[in-house]
Design a protein around this ligand. Structure first.
Ligand code: HEM
Ligand code: MYR
Length: 423
């Protein structure tokens, strides 16, 4: 047993907020250990990094997700009673609700809906006028995912629901007014989603069986009972919100296409060859590299179930452990020249469930890893294929990535000036 380096005397919350994506990596390098003790949000915590730590972190006999995430994140991003806070058999049972929605045909349908909505939006853009792509993507994704999920979205509500669904992920890690907007948005979104669930159960709306609205409304707990409407609504929002959050990756995809013309040409060649409807191939490698390279979800949290040894270091019962997702995706031992954007690396070396962790580590059907990765990859690829076929110029702007923001974004939101209607 080795003592855990670092220290819990000083609260490091401000340092973590200043550089949320590199905070753990820095601490780990400073102490020369993949396990480092610190203090965050006034409580002692342990930061861990590396594929071996990721595998150990997934062991739910050692770690619990119960009360693992700070209340400010539950009251905004996750909502109360959702899958993120469950353990063991109860977790696996609830998780199936999401995994079952990710069939290849359904994912392709969502990608086609997003592409159609994007083309529709682009037709309304005046030629030569600036468009902030991040904002356009959020509106497009909201419309597409509501249609896909079987959630009615009257045109008059579209803007408001886009704003609310965005606030849930955009303000969760913020401090001040952006965070408080997220709390209000959570209340409004919870009411909306619970109401959709009630209307489905009352037969007033009848979404098809393979939709999220149907699945959440009719999901039964292991004891056979339907979920309380609020909880079913939280799970429905666990599909809508993160799909809108894919807008962050879409902005990064536009950023990468602009800064790496070589990649844009390769995506363009593929889109020209398959009419933009293909899957796999170079564009998928590009989508994976977007998820590896750009910062999005910094770290995931769990608590030790009892006094235990983690990678040979003592961790006390109840202690919060943070797994460094961004750092693992940028580990120079695993990823050569990790700061370089190079999609080909995924063809050369492949990846594994603990070394490539943009959306959590391990197996999504048994552990807490994100079930939405097929959707995320398909949407990045579909939009990349569409962007390379659109005619636009990229005006002078500050599109540097704001690493102090949660989630990080290109500062400008990626502005383009359309030169004509989309094909
Ligand atoms: C869980 C990231 C998209 C649904 C997670 C986790 C992360 C994550 C880091 C937690 C993993 C863990 O706790 O170990 C992202 C990012 C996305 C994204 C960066 C890109 C926008 C999606 C999509 C969906 C989705 C498109 C569904 C349509 C979920 C759900 C969970 C989850 C339901 C909870 C899983 C569990 O606790 O078992 N996601 N996600 N996510 N994600 Fe995603
Ligand atoms: C989702 O909506 O579930 C996926 C995208 C959310 C990204 C939000 C990033 C900032 C939140 C920081 C939370 C840290 C939890 C330990």
């Amino acid at each position: 047993m080795e003592p855990t380096p670092g220290g819990t005397a000083l609260d490091r919350t401000l340092a973590a907020l200043r550089d949320p994506y590199r905070f753990i990596g820095r601490a780990v390098r400073r102490h020369g250990s993949p396990v480092v003790a610190t203090r965050l949000l006034l409580a002692p915590a342990v930061c861990v990094t590396g594929p071996a730590a990721a595998a150990e972190f997934q062991d739910d006999t050692h770690f619990t997700r119960h009360r693992a995430v700070p209340p400010r994140v539950v009251r905004t991003l996750f909502g109360k009673g959702g899958v993120q806070g469950l353990d063991g058999a109860e977790h696996r049972h609830r998780k199936a609700l999401f995994v079952d929605l990710m069939g290849a045909d359904r994912v392709a349908e969502l990608a086609a809906l997003v592409d159609r909505e994007l083309v529709r939006a682009a037709r309304s853009w005046p030629v030569g006028e600036p468009v902030v792509l991040y904002d356009a993507f959020r509106a497009v994704l909201t419309r597409a995912v509501c249609a896909w999920a079987g959630v009615p979205l009257p045109t008059v509500d579209a803007e408001r629901r886009t704003r609310e669904l965005t606030a849930l992920f955009d303000g969760a890690g913020a401090v001040g007014p952006r965070h408080w907007r997220a709390r209000l948005a959570r209340r409004a979104a919870d009411r909306w989603a619970a109401d959709v669930v009630r209307r489905v159960r009352a037969g007033r709306i009848t979404p098809p069986e393979d939709t999220a609205a149907h699945a959440a409304a009719w999901h039964r707990a292991p004891d056979g009972a339907l979920l309380p409407p609020h909880t079913a609504g939280v799970e429905l929002l666990n599909v809508l919100r993160p799909t809108v959050a894919v807008a962050v990756y879409l902005a990064f995809a536009a950023h990468a296409l602009h800064h790496h013309p070589r990649c844009a040409r390769a995506v363009g060649d593929e889109a020209a060859a398959d009419g933009g409807n293909g899957t796999g191939g170079y564009t998928e490698l590009f989508a994976q590299e977007v998820r590896r390279h750009y910062p999005f979800f910094p770290a995931v949290a769990a608590r030790a179930r009892f006094d235990l040894l983690f990678q040979g270091h003592p961790v006390k019962r109840g202690r919060r452990v943070l797994l460094d997702l961004y750092g693992i995706n940028h580990d120079p031992r695993r990823w050569g020249d990790p700061e370089e954007f190079r999609p080909e690396r995924f063809a050369e070396a492949g990846w594994d469930l603990y070394g490539f962790v943009p959306q959590g580590a391990g197996d999504p059907s048994t552990g807490h890893r994100c079930p939405g990765e097929p959707i995320t990859v398909a949407l990045i690829a579909a939009v990349a294929r569409r962007l390379v076929r659109m005619r636009y110029e990229v005006p002078e702007q500050d599109d540097t990535v704001d690493m102090a923001r949660l989630p990080a974004l290109p500062r400008s939101g990626c502005v383009i000036r359309p030169l004509g209607p989309p094909p």
